[in-house]
Design a protein around this ligand. Structure first.
Ligand code: NAD
Ligand code: MG
Length: 389
């Protein structure tokens, strides 16, 4: 048996959202991989100081500053050899440039939808961190990828783990997948304690260092809800084939159970550099900067079912995965708006999921929405959250 894929090709990257947590880790990996990766494009919304520093180091062809108001106020230094592009539309121009073969989609939220679609439209390889795009528009995204032959390689650690585990058998041999969840900072809080949580507490994740929105999503476990829906579309699973298990150590990143009962797991310390690198050099494996597990140090791995009573988001994720259609777009938009309201102290912590449940219930369900209908219902759900508040 041989699984020798030869040497990995040089990857020419556009990194969308390069100043965020995933973007910075991607550039860390790129720095370490050296000759395997070339950075052609970077983008940031408001953190233009960091964008400039990145441009000075990597000397890309283009940088995109998406927030026009911030870009117009910023004192741009000369960046020889780098073209400055301003505005959201320019992301599409950058990802569609023929020189770019791989797009790292690391913008947070639905703001990443159009640039991800533009990359898939051109048949580019997409290393996808931006789960919200799949949650809101999974069927449209996957159908387009099938038509254009674009590879969508998951960066989200659970999906990257499943993607790796799937190499152990044929798709028809998969019984189910098991997404692990750290349980977030409030795994052991009572309902009463959770009602009083403030943003500072919710932003402090026990095992992962991430952007603000996903940190709150992890605390409510809405992140796992989004990941259930993401897994459904990425791997063509039914909701009944997806299970969630709480695993506080975040060492097992997810598992696949095959029809014979074998469970294959992927393990590594909690660090996004590994899934990012895997997506960048797939189907190869090469040495890189990810930390290693040390079995000489005592270690225990715990698994427990999620407490749906305290974390109703998990049940909501399964419900939306079952429904499909416009439900994903509504849940995603309602959650983005509710998280924003919580961070601004306009609603309480437990209100985030309650508001999402209510808005989902009110929405006019459509089973096969177009992309324009998805964008419209996203807007509707945000307005409903405003009314809810
Ligand atoms: P972050 O907030 O740290 O970074 C977001 C990036 O997107 C920044 O570069 C920012 O400038 C840019 N951005 C923000 N708003 C934008 C807008 N309106 N238009 C264009 N660009 C915008 O977020 P993150 O933690 O890096 O997460 C990025 C994505 O990756 C999210 O979808 C998240 O769910 C996913 N993800 C993150 C992690 C993690 O460990 N951080 C793990 C798995 C998946
Ligand atoms: Mg994840």
């Amino acid at each position: 048996m041989t699984t020798d894929y030869g040497e990995p090709d040089l990857k020419r990257l556009a990194v969308l959202g390069s100043t965020g947590s995933i973007g910075v880790s991607t550039l860390h990996v790129a720095r370490e991989l050296g000759k395997n990766v070339q950075i052609l494009g970077l983008s940031a919304n408001r953190n233009l100081k960091r964008l400039v520093e990145q441009a000075q180091e990597f000397r890309p062809e283009w940088i995109v500053a998406t927030d026009e108001a911030s870009a117009s106020k910023f004192a741009w230094p000369a960046l020889p050899g780098t073209e400055l592009l301003i505005g959201h539309q320019q992301l599409n121009r950058m990802v569609q440039a023929p020189e770019v073969d791989t797009v790292v989609a690391a913008i947070v939220g639905i703001a990443g939808l159009h640039s991800t679609l533009a990359a898939i439209q051109q048949g580019k390889t997409v290393a996808l961190a931006n789960k919200e795009t799949l949650v809101a528009a999974g069927p449209v995204v996957m159908k387009l990828a099938e038509e254009t032959g674009a590879n969508i390689l998951p960066v989200d650690s659970e999906h990257n783990a499943i993607f790796q585990c799937l190499r152990a058998g044929a798709r028809s041999e998969v019984a189910r997948v098991c997404l692990t969840a750290s349980g977030g900072p409030f795994r052991e809080f009572t309902q009463q304690q959770m009602e009083n949580v403030v943003p500072k507490q919710a932003l402090a994740h026990p095992t992962w260092d991430m952007g603000q929105k996903i940190s709150i999503d992890s605390a409510t476990m809405m992140n796992k809800a989004l990941e259930i829906i993401e897994a459904k579309w990425l791997f063509g699973l039914s909701a009944d084939q997806i299970e969630v298990v709480v695993h506080p150590q975040s060492i097992v990143h997810s598992m696949v159970e095959f029809v014979d009962g074998s469970v294959i797991a992927q393990m590594s310390p909690p660090d996004m550099k590994l899934p990012i690198q895997y997506a960048l050099v797939w189907p190869h494996r090469i040495p890189g900067p990810a930390p290693r597990l040390r079995f000489q140090d005592a270690m225990s791995l715990d698994f427990q079912p999620p407490d749906i009573g305290r974390f109703p988001a998990v049940a909501l994720g399964l419900q939306v995965a079952r429904q499909g259609g416009t439900s994903g777009a509504v849940l995603n938009a309602a959650n983005e708006a509710a998280v924003d309201a919580f961070l601004k102290k306009r609603i309480g912590f437990c209100d985030i999921v309650r508001a999402c449940q209510d808005v989902l219930q009110q929405h006019a369900f459509q089973p096969h929405p177009t992309i324009n209908e998805i964008v419209a219902i996203d807007q509707w759900a945000r307005e409903e959250i405003d009314k809810w508040i």
